[in-house]
Design a protein around this ligand. Structure first.
Ligand code: C5P
Length: 241
């Protein structure tokens, strides 16, 4: 696997979480020079659909379409084929959908001819060990993440979404070229919001994160472009330093 997307010049993908298409288009255009990509999730996509997606993509950055697909293999493959004309840089599926589903997703992306990475979602960070036990899954969250990462790689996925606390185990299990996309990132001094286990960009990059998903520290700032530029400068200094 080789990764040559411009995302590596700037690993920040900004989460555009709003149901308002005009706001999304404005913020996306304003921050485009200072981010590596944009993330469109369920909230926005279900509210604004394809037109909403295109309003964000018009900013000219790679888009991570974070719809966390989870269904039978045939349906997930069909969904990926349906999304391919939008040309997202990255789409994702729940690794818990199992081997056949992940293989079908990877094959559908490959066959679509679009240069689309398919990555897995491991264990939602809203779940803890007690939740897993209730679902009949014994063992620790870390063990489960490691197992799902190994399976996702075996099935041909290109990477995983993970918390910063799982970067090291997934890199060790899945290799350096397995793309790790990490939310829960807060620049030093930023408000945590509802994120509990946060890390700074510097900490997550040092552990091996490939893409940092950052939303509200940019989108809720008085001047989103300035906020994104400050984060880009912080990361640029790290890389130069
Ligand atoms: O605003 P904030 O930086 O917290 O946004 C983070 C983004 O990453 C949101 O779109 C959120 O849904 C997503 N996300 C997350 N934690 C996860 C997985 C995804 O915050 N474990």
């Amino acid at each position: 696997m080789t990764y040559d997307l411009p995302m590596f010049e700037n690993p920040v993908f900004c989460a555009i979480d709003t149901p308002d298409i005009d706001r999304a288009a404005d913020v996306s255009a304003a921050i485009a020079p200072y981010v590596g990509g944009l993330k469109v999730g369920m909230e926005y996509f279900y509210a604004c659909g394809e037109a909403g997606y295109r309003a964000v993509a018009a900013a000219g950055k790679p888009v991570f379409l974070d719809l966390k697909l989870h269904d039978i293999p045939n349906t997930v493959a069909s969904a990926i084929r349906a999304l391919a004309p939008l040309q997202p840089a990255i789409v994702n599926v729940h690794a818990g959908g199992g081997r056949a589903m992940m293989q079908a997703a990877a094959a559908a992306a490959r066959d679509s001819g679009a240069s689309m990475r398919v990555i897995g979602v491991s264990v939602l960070t809203s779940l803890d060990e007690a939740d897993l036990a209730e679902l009949g899954l014994s063992g620790t969250v870390r063990d489960h993440v490691r197992r799902l990462g190994a399976l996702a790689r075996e099935c041909g996925l290109d990477g995983m979404v993970c918390s910063a606390h799982e970067i090291e185990i997934l890199k060790a299990e899945c290799g350096a070229d397995f793309l790790l996309v990490v939310p829960g990132i807060r620049p030093a001094g930023a408000a945590k919001g509802d994120q509990k286990r946060i890390m700074t960009p510097a900490e997550a990059l040092a552990l091996g994160a490939d893409i940092l998903v950052i939303g509200r520290p940019i989108t809720a700032a008085d001047d989103p472009a300035a906020a994104a530029a400050a984060i880009a400068a912080e990361i640029g200094n790290l890389r130069r330093g």
